[in-house]
Design a protein around this ligand. Structure first.
Ligand code: PCA
Length: 215
């Protein structure tokens, strides 16, 4: 059976949960549009996250890979468009590493575009009543690192496999500990991931949406 690999992250930055993993782990073993979903948790650690991701890809041999991460402060499901070849961490990762202005892959391309149909995904999320947008930056911390490393690895080793990244907001139980932070329930984030995965699986080529999808 065809397989979709979905990854989420362990908690970081003082949080005890990470919504990306709380939602992703609920998808293990699900059938989405005739494909089987396998999930894997990544450490929030530069380089180690990529080692875990590459091992999972080699073992599972998926046809589509979607990595998911927490973006505390964002109100929307953010379908990321681009990953850039830079690590520039404003906080330490879970191993205490804080790389500043280092390349992810020395000599690699400046950036990779997601090979997911970002606009179609956002469009379907909005149709389902879920706040969503195309994001033009996955940041410069471990999520961008994983998105770049994923797309580089697929380009080198599995050029027919599609890949990309989705950022999700805080859960309400996280937002309540911060001042004036947006959040989304686990139920809605989980429905959003299912909708986004299904759309990515069924629309390998993106659609053209005039206006709206990036906001
Ligand atoms: N979010 C972080 C790294 C892990 C996660 O869930 C980020 O946006 O880089």
């Amino acid at each position: 059976m065809k397989t979709i690999l979905v990854t989420g992250f362990e908690p970081f930055d003082g949080e005890t949960i990470n919504p990306s993993w709380e939602a992703t782990k609920l998808l293990q073993g699900h059938q989405i549009a005739g494909a089987n979903v396998e999930v894997c948790q990544l450490p929030c650690i530069f380089d180690a996250a990529l080692e875990h991701l590459y091992a999972a890809i080699d073992q599972i041999q998926p046809e589509l890979v979607i990595s998911v991460g927490q973006s505390g402060g964002r109100a929307n499901i953010s379908v990321e468009r681009i990953a850039i070849n830079i690590n520039d961490a404003s906080i330490p990762d879970n191993a205490g590493k804080q790389p500043i202005d280092t390349p992810i892959i020395p000599g690699g391309p400046a950036a990779y575009f997601s090979s997911l149909p970002t606009k179609a995904m956002v469009n379907e999320l909005k149709k389902a009543g879920i706040p969503a947008s195309v994001s033009q930056t996955a940041g410069t911390f471990v999520c961008n690192h994983v998105m770049y490393g994923l797309l580089h690895y697929l380009a080198q080793k599995y050029p027919s496999v599609y890949g990309g990244f989705i950022h999700v907001p805080y859960l309400p139980e996280q937002a309540v500990k911060h001042s004036n932070m947006p959040s989304m329930t686990l139920e809605l984030i989980t429905i959003a991931l299912k909708t986004a995965i299904e759309t990515a699986w069924e629309n390998k080529a993106d659609i053209v949406v005039t206006g709206g999808a990036t906001h």
